[in-house]
Design a protein around this ligand. Sequence first.
Ligand code: ADP
Ligand code: MG
Length: 292
Amino acid sequence: ATPTAIMVGTGMGARRGVLFKNAVALETAASIRTVVMDKTGTLTKGEPEVTDVVTVPGADQGEALRLIAAVERQSEHPLAAAVVRHAEGRRVPRADARHFENVPGHGATAVVEGHRVAVGNRRLMEREGVDLGRLAARREELAATGRTVVIAAVDGRATALVGIADAARESSGEAVAELHALGVEVVMLTGDNQATARRIADQLGIDTVIAEVLPGDKAAEVAELQRGGRKVAMVGDGVNDAPALAQADLGIAIGAGTDVAIETADLVLMRSDPLDVPTALRIGRGTVRKMR
Ligand code: ADP
Ligand code: MG
């Protein structure tokens, strides 16, 4: 690698807020064949908002929200924060939760005023032995619109669904189109459920979706895509994404993301703009061309 080409590439990136941490990252960017993108906070804004609350007949919405928010107030998950904000906006009275337990990739459980409350995805409900009953069809409908659906069970019975929307970033679709134009495969990787992820992927033009991935399994999914020596970049923002960023040939962190993601990555997108992913690959290709 000629030092001049590296300097030019690094400088071009820096002017656009595309920060390559070293020369190897710049060269690797040229050989990327697959870009894996985390959904929440990377392709989407990571600003979840409650859009729907559905309860089973006979259950009071305010009361259901009161129990759900009591659990979510103790969770650090972004979805939990959205639920709590919604409950507070509706002036739902507070309740105290005890024996709180966070179940990574599933949700959370606690005891609220003597009731066992579980809040999370289908996988959590399976663990809890909860049958969705008449909420199952509504859950599917909500997921088909791209909502993340949080299920709440009280004392082992499915009581409510909370639909949560997280808008795609302005330029996500364009970024996918540009990557395709560069001959690069784009894969969405997420812990969210299959139907929700599929809907958002369709809106953005992404073919391949790997959904319902547990936080600890993201790196293994990247390794799987690397089989046969295929060069893979991973773009992410969360603490959960760090092992996958490390596993990838090129780890790319969203600038607005967590410190752990930024420290682990080989490349940081300071503007948090997905369009800077194809930009980074083009800068890499330009640099390598000059080296030859
Ligand atoms: P990701 O950030 O990729 O969506 P997570 O592993 O953090 O993945 O979460 C996976 C899924 O688990 C979420 O989409 C949600 O359905 C469920 N979940 C996790 N934590 C909570 C929580 N505190 N409240 C509700 N649902 C949760
Ligand atoms: Mg994320």
